[in-house]
Design a binder for this molecule. Structure first.
Ligand code: IMP
Ligand code: MG
Length: 182
């Protein structure tokens, strides 16, 4: 890895190998749980795109992929508390087994809003796969059926996660250097 890729990252939390291993495990679990079901995996743009891409390739079942985009954070690192749907799914989810793939459960506000919205549309089932679950106080109660890693309450980047739209292409997840956000 070049110094350039590490620039801005204080320390690596989850290596490329650890991510690959864990996402493969999650895919195997989902494969077992959804056998014979009409599975629709909904990813939340843009942070979950890379997780989604790896996760679906670890699921050995026929499935469909769809995407939503919501705004929760601006360019900063703290939640605004406002969640807006910027792009909705294309498919109807009624009667289908929907699995939301999300990058990180932080305050939980984004997932709370998404789960409530999608649940109101009559899916056969609705579950969440979150790559990271942060250890934060007052997190909204979200039942995540699949969690990749428990994560310390720090701002992390890489593997889809950004700071001001940068760092998404890092193959690992690391803690952003404090001085990069000042
Ligand atoms: P929540 O609504 O506070 O749970 O935040 C969820 C969204 O905020 C995630 O889908 C991410 O896009 C973003 N987010 C939360 N924590 C981080 C982080 O540490 N790094 C990058 N993005 C984050
Ligand atoms: Mg984001």
């Amino acid at each position: 890895m070049s110094t350039c890729e590490h620039e801005g990252v204080e320390r690596v939390l989850f290596t490329q190998e650890e991510l690959a291993r864990r996402v493969t495990e999650m895919g195997a679990q989902i494969t077992a749980d959804y056998a014979g079901k009409d599975l629709l995996v909904v990813s939340v743009l843009r942070g979950a795109a890379i997780f989604m891409a790896d996760l679906v390739r670890a699921i050995e079942l026929p499935l469909e992929m769809d995407f939503m985009a919501v705004s929760s954070y601006g360019a900063g690192t703290t939640s605004s508390g406002v969640v807006r749907i910027l792009k909705d799914v294309t498919s109807s989810i009624e009667g289908r087994h929907v699995l939301i793939a999300e990058d990180v459960l932080d305050s939980g506000l984004t997932l709370r809003a998404l789960v409530d919205e999608l649940a109101s549309r009559g899916p056969a089932s609705l579950a969440v796969a979150a790559l990271l679950r942060k250890d934060v106080p007052n997190q909204a109660e979200i039942a995540c059926r699949y969690v990749g890693f428990e994560c310390p309450d720090e701002f992390v980047v890489g593997y889809g996660l950004d700071y001001a739209e940068r760092y998404r292409n890092l193959p690992f997840i690391g803690v952003l250097r404090q001085d990069m956000t000042e």
